[in-house]
Design a binder for this molecule. Sequence first.
Ligand code: DX5
Ligand code: ZN
Length: 218
Amino acid sequence: MPAVKIAPSILSADFARLGEEVRAVDAAGADYIHIDVMDGHFVPNITIGPAVVKALRPHSAKPFDVHLMIAPVDPYIADFAKAGADIITVHPEAGAHLHRTIQLIKAQGKKAGVSLNPATPLSAIEWVLHELDLVLVMTVNPGFGGQSFIDSQLPKIRELRRRIDTLGKPIDLEIDGGINTDTAPLAIAAGADVLVAGTATFTGGAERYAANMQGLRG
Ligand code: DX5
Ligand code: ZN
């Protein structure tokens, strides 16, 4: 089995030096660059928009894994695609027609992901799973970095791993929230193959980023 991928969430980076921070995690071995987009409406925090994604694009050739926590989401898909997103992930609650939203992402030539909040059941994606490139299981309630891992999500991750394997398609199973050296092994054992890590990556200064990420790979 290939090593688990690490997607540092730049939500925990120094926002005054974002380009430099993206270059640092890229050089330190990040597999994806996870970009958390929040609107103060779908989640209780406001972060960044397409202009920042565009400004960061020249700083890394790694896939930009853009996690949209905004509603409505459909009107902004093209903007994030044009700004340089490679994977665009949405929440089922962010629009009335998830299948249409997924098609909008694909029509932009981008990979499509769906994110499940802790209270959102797997059945929300039952009839679209085969269309997806990534499923993002939230192990915190979205909105902030630095929260504690909700371990009641582990059975959901295990069941999702089973469904993806049954389907036999190369769909990333990504886990987001509270990942650290204690919880990463739990997520990996449950079947995760991509770990988002904000706090756990961006700690101790740039010279620690490689070791911080390596420590999560298991
Ligand atoms: C939360 C975001 C996460 C967050 C993870 O809404 O989706 O990506 O930045 O932060 P940590 O790794 O600190 O829990
Ligand atoms: Zn995220």
